[in-house]
Ligand binder design. Structure first.
Ligand SMILES: NC(=O)c1ccc[n+]([C@@H]2O[C@H](COP(=O)([O-])OP(=O)(O)OC[C@H]3O[C@@H](n4cnc5c(N)ncnc54)[C@H](O)[C@@H]3O)[C@@H](O)[C@H]2O)c1
Length: 334
């Protein structure tokens, strides 16, 4: 691919992998990140790094004028469901309002192609074995609503201003770059995989299992886990699809297979060779029993083919990264 792409959030977990994927494919990358949760050193060195806010109109306009950007991959955002319940204004400001400014600046500066990090949270609460894009969108958190509102703005502004767009609804992203150039650096993460890795590394004492009385095979919640490098590749495929005149819209990007909390914990213990306590805890409000994708549209139209189809190989890369990170940070087991 021969393009110059602005990637927002490129110092974060998914953004850094996506930036590497584009660079590996021969693209030039301008990385915009305000480092609110990201890490400067995670941004791939070949990318041009700009520290700033993805909702800063003046800065965006400067970047678009100076860099001859042909497309935007908008990954920057705030990503915690519980935090969004406690602080909804932050989510509408950082996810929805900032995205509006970015879309307006794209339209003003003639940048036509836009790929957006959406989330399966726009369909949390939608009943069904496998979620596809034709099923209703129902959100049960301000986080999900902030993403869904952005999808709606893309549809409306896209139609009015000729912006071509794809919203990739990620399911649960995990793992790390196989070359160990990037991985999840978050501290006190709320995601199951990162918590399990920190536990295996001796940095947490336990992983609590929220709810063991769901109507699922082992009673714990079931999710679709996708490797971060596969999600990264989906952005490149989405942009290539738009550039070739393909139809945009929302794409559910998962592997189409569910793993329960207990299965993920067993895989984390296997991948790391460590055991740790996993006490039961009450269900968390707003946690649906089952969220699994039907990724058929992404397979058919984007030619998306995840390389990782099983949870243990995904978690082996997460464990390798966790070990490396702890060595780098000089952290010791408690
Ligand atoms: N991790 C998942 O499983 C998952 C699932 C679905 C969707 N998503 C979405 O993917 C995106 C990335 O998630 P992540 O897990 O990599 O999180 P992350 O916190 O590691 O990365 C987000 C990055 O965006 C930057 N950022 C945030 N707000 C910004 C702003 N206004 N301007 C510039 N930079 C800003 C942060 O500094 C950080 O580097 C988020 O939009 C999230 O909602 C993540």
């Amino acid at each position: 691919m021969n393009a110059k792409v602005l990637i927002t959030g490129a110092a974060g977990y998914i953004g850094s992998h996506t930036a590497w994927d584009f660079i590996d494919s021969g693209c030039e990358v301008v990385a915009l990140d305000n480092l609110c949760t990201g890490f400067r050193e995670m941004c791939p060195p070949p990318a041009k790094f700009v520290e700033g806010n993805a909702g800063d109109a003046e800065l965006l306009s400067q970047i678009f004028r100076a860099e001859n950007i042909s497309a935007v991959v908008h990954i920057a955002g705030s990503a915690s469901v519980p935090e969004s319940v406690a602080d909804p204004e932050k989510y509408y400001r950082n996810n929805t309002a900032a995205s509006l400014v970015l879309m307006e600046e794209c339209a003003r500066n003639n940048v036509r192609d836009f790929v957006f990090s959406s989330s399966s949270a726009v369909q949390h609460g939608t009943p069904g074995e496998f979620l596809d894009e034709t099923m209703p969108t129902i959100t049960i958190s301000p986080y999900g609503a902030s993403k869904l509102m952005t999808e709606q703005m893309l549809a409306d502004i896209g139609a009015a201003r000729g912006l071509r767009w794809c919203a990739l609804r990620y399911f649960n992203v995990c793992g790390a770059d196989e070359k160990m150039r990037a991985g999840d650096c978050k501290k006190n993460a709320t995601t199951l995989v990162k918590a399990a890795m920190e536990c295996a590394a001796g940095l947490r004492k336990e992983v609590r299992v929220f709810g063991e009385d769901y109507k699922t095979e082992d009673g714990t919640a079931v999710r679709d886990y996708i490797h971060v490098s596969d999600i990264a590749a989906a952005h490149r495929l989405a942009l290539a699809h738009l550039a070739a005149g393909g139809k945009g819209g929302a794409f559910n990007v998962g592997i189409g297979k569910g793993f329960s909390v207990r299965e993920v914990i067993a895989a984390a213990q296997k991948a790391s060779g460590k055991t740790f306590p996993t006490p039961s805890a009450p269900r968390r409000p707003g946690d649906p029993p089952r969220v699994v994708s039907n990724p058929a549209r992404a397979f058919k139209e984007l030619n998306f083919r995840p390389r990782f189809a099983e949870i243990t190989p995904m978690l082996k890369t997460a464990w390798q990264w966790e070990t490396l990170l702890r060595e780098k940070n000089g952290e010791k087991r408690k």
